[in-house]
Design a protein around this ligand. Structure first.
Ligand SMILES: [Cu+2]
Length: 156
């Protein structure tokens, strides 16, 4: 008797679980199909332009003021993607336990090698020209993945 009751109880739990899953699946369908029409317009706009200077990241954080700080942690930049006004000075601090570097993906004239960016060190650069400046840490990333960041210089 006990064994049979236990089996019935498990069966009831199983059925309840299946019911809950089915309810979730059904609920997701309706909003999903509603969104599809609206978002296709945005895709068309996003694909225009920006090819020469690089893309402005979607999650870019607009930073007010002329003194902006970016933390270098193990192993990310925080915030990774920022927007500053022309003439702003960006200060990277190595707040991690490991050594890092800050290297521009395109061109040069700024950035810091690992020798100058040990834990506790700071590096700063003033960005005067509008543009999209991609950078990376060559120890923990590549030019396009891993420990990467972007400074967008634009009038706010
Ligand atoms: Cu690094």
């Amino acid at each position: 008797m006990l064994g049979r009751r236990a089996t019935l109880a498990m069966l009831a739990l199983l059925l309840a679980g299946v019911g809950a899953l089915a309810a979730c699946g059904g609920g997701d369908d309706d909003p999903g199909s509603g969104d599809a029409g609206g978002s296709s317009d945005d895709g068309g706009l996003a694909s225009e332009g920006d090819e020469a200077t690089g893309d402005v990241p979607d999650d870019v954080v607009v930073m007010d003021g002329t003194d902006v700080r970016v933390q270098s942690l193990d192993n990310t930049f925080r915030a990774p993607d920022i927007q500053v006004q022309p003439g702003a000075t960006v200060t990277w601090t190595n707040d991690g336990r490991n050594e890092h570097d800050v290297l521009p993906v395109d061109g040069g004239g700024w950035g810091v090698e690992v020798e100058g960016f040990q834990p506790g060190a700071t590096y700063q650069h003033t960005f005067t020209e509008p543009g999209v400046y991609d950078y990376y840490c060559s120890i923990h990333g590549t030019t396009s993945a891993g420990m990467v960041g972007t400074v967008v210089v634009a009038e706010g």
